[in-house]
Write a protein of this length. Sequence first.
Length: 360
Amino acid sequence: MKRQALTHRPVPLAVIGGGAAGLFAALTAAERGLGCLVIERKARIGSKMLMTANGRCNFTKDISAERMLVDIGEPVAGFVRPALTACPPSAVAAELKRRGLRVKRMADGRLFPASERAADVVHIFGDALRDHSVPLLTNCPVTGIQPVKNGFIVATRSFTLWARRVLVATGGLSFPKTGSMGDGQRFAEELGLAVEPCRAGLVGCDADDPALRARVGTRCERAAAAVVADGHELFRAEGEVEFESTGISGAAVYNCTRFIARARPVRWDLELETDEGRHLVRHPRLRPVKEAIVTIGGVAMDGIDPATMESRLVPGLHFAGEVLDIDGPTGGYNLTLAFATARLAAVAAAEALGRFPACA
Ligand SMILES: Cc1cc2nc3c(=O)[nH]c(=O)nc-3n(C[C@H](O)[C@H](O)[C@H](O)COP(=O)(O)OP(=O)(O)OC[C@H]3O[C@@H](n4cnc5c(N)ncnc54)[C@H](O)[C@@H]3O)c2cc1C
C-alpha cells in the first residue's frame, strides 16, 4: 500500500511517543506557541505512567535538583544536569499542581497524587493537550524517520508526515505491553547514532536460597541490601525488601541491581539486612529487562547535546526520557528525568524554530 502524505506543509515538531516524556514535551511546546502533534503506538496515552508505583504514580521527589543529581550519580548526573537545573523536581510538582493535581508528600519526600491514582496525572496531560488543541494520533506506531531537506519524513504504517523537528520519546524496553519496545533505539541506530546495549536497571533478583523461600509473601520495610564481592561492600541501599516465590525485590534490591547494571562487577552477591538480621544471598540472577522498572542503555549520552537533547549527528532530531541511556534510582527519579529532558528538548526545538504555530 502506498502511504499517503498526511500533510503538505511541515509540522513544526512531531513528538513520537505519548508517554511521560512525549506528553510533557508536547505540553511545553504548545505553551510556547510551537505547533506540534503526538504520535502514539497504543490506543491510549500514558500506558506506563498508569502502572507506576502500583498505579499510584510517584511522579517526583521533594528534593533539590542538586540532591537528585547526587543520588543519580555519574555517568548520568553530568549529562542530565542542564535538564534538571532547568526543570527541577519543584518545577515538575508545580506544573502538575498548577493544572489541578492535589499532591501527597510521603515522609521521605516522594510525591504522589493525593488520590493515589496515576490516571489523574495522565488525565492532566490529556486535558491540557486538548485545551491547546494538540493532535494525538493514537494506534499509530511510527515505523521510521528519514532526514530530508527542511526536516524529516516520519513514516507510520498508513501515512507519512513531514516535520521540521522530531522528538523521539519512545521509552525503554521494559514492560513492552505498554508500547515501549525499543523502536526509538532502532531509529537512532538506523540514522548512525551510537546506542548502548539495553539491560535491566531497577529489577528483582531470582535466587535458589531456602532461607528466602521460608519468607515468601512477606516484606520488610526497614531493610537494606548491599552488593558485595570478595568480602567487600561495593554498594549499599536502604529501603524495602520483598520476598517473592522466585527471589527478592523491593526498593533496596532494585537500587542494588541498578548499581550492578552500571558498574558490571564480574562477581557479586547480595547481603540483606532485615528484621531477622544479616543474610548473604549467593549467586542471585537479575530478572530480564522486560520486568525492569527502568532500562539502562539506549541512545548514548555522548551523541546528544545535554543543553538541547539534540543529536550531534542529526540536527533537528531530539531525544528525551528512557530512550536515552539515562536512569535514576527508585523514588520518582525516572519520571522526573523523563519530564526534565522532555522540557529541555521542547524548549530547544521552540527556540530553534522561533514562533511557528501552524500545525499544518
Ligand atoms: C512497573 C513500573 C513502575 C514504575 N514506577 C515509577 C515511579 O513510581 N516513579 C518513577 O519516577 N518512575 C517509575 N517507573 C519508570 C517510569 O515509568 C519510566 O521511566 C517513564 O515512564 C519513562 O518515560 P518515557 O516517556 O521515556 O517512556 P514511556 O513512558 O515508556 O513512554 C513511551 C511511549 O512511546 C510509545 N511508543 C513506543 N514506540 C513507539 C512508536 N514506534 N511509535 C509511536 N509511539 C511509540 C509507547 O507506546 C509509550 O507510550 C516505573 C516503571 C515501571 C515499569
